[in-house]
Design a protein around this ligand. Sequence first.
Ligand code: MUC
Ligand code: MG
Length: 385
Amino acid sequence: MAGLSHADTFIVDVPTIRPHVLAMATMHAQSMVIVRLTDADGIEGIGEGTTIGGLSYGEESPESIKSAIDTYIVPVLETCDLAQVGATMAKVARCVRGNHFAKCAVETALLDMAGKRLGIPVSELIGGGRVRDSLPVAWTLASGDTARDIAEGEEMLGLRRHRIFKLKIGKRDVRDDVAHVGAICKALGDRASVRVDVNQNWSEAQAKIGMAMLHDVGCDLVEQPIAGDAIAAMARLSKNQPVPLMADEALNGPRSAMRIASAHAASVFALKIAQSGGLFAAADVAAIGAAAGIGLYGGTMLEGGVGTVASAHVFATLPDLAWGTELFGPLLQTEDILRDPLGYADFSLAVPTGSGLGIAFDEDKLAFFRRDRASPVLHAVTAGA
Ligand code: MUC
Ligand code: MG
């Protein structure tokens, strides 16, 4: 029995390379909850739980993710054989409702341990196993300034790092947003695919006008234009607008995937491991989408290296990933907390091949960016004063 010997959960805050402007928040740093679990055999598994903009994106914050793991999930893990990942996560699901990001972080760590124990990559533990070793990767242009976004797009094309670009809109007037998208489509031409993410910020009426205009300026895909729970309205837009609608916030696991597919409310799914409730659940969402003829896209919560690689292992098991992925999160951060940087080249990300997740931390950087790093020092100073 591989019992839990040690669990450590902490938040790291890493600055972003530039402000990242979304409809609901402007990010200057990314906060990642890191989970490290060690079993009785001394095998360590690592996981990450990351959201965007505190509580502005969804119902879990970095602080609530950490608290859910420490207070409610670790006591369940203490009663489990961690080598049995499915059984362990089923018990966690019985004891803890919701909290998908927290569960995903823990499941990632368990799968990392399981892969290390078996000597195989995590991708071989998901669905039918790995079918690809690299994934196309989009970049998000979200500086808030059209000229700067065009320059950034040109730079990425020149570096051969990205040729799919997602623009964050929804904050300004619809016509101003469309003018911004149109200028970028015009500048990048047929060298790139340009898509937008509205992060739920339009009404159905705005979306009707906005999606029609976006189609006319050359935008390829519109992600979550209206509220994620407005399934009937998403279905009307999917039916009547020429540009495909991608579900993101609307998807929070297999049941929501089933509802959206049955209602014909989206033609593309943004798959996210954390939003789905874990790697297994994300694979189930993908299976429902594929069976319903819905296109698949590998989404991100702008995770750092651990969450990005965990997502990559799931997306590497999908035979049909027509819309590529956006697994660029670590590149948005000023420093990589992994020992070896991930392989971004030729518009793609190489999926690690080592056992488990196939990655390790840079311990110095991890220690530097820990939110609680100051406390022991402060404590020592206070104690000595
Ligand atoms: C989202 O809503 O999709 C993904 C890329 C990005 O820039 O933000 C995220 C979140
Ligand atoms: Mg989105």
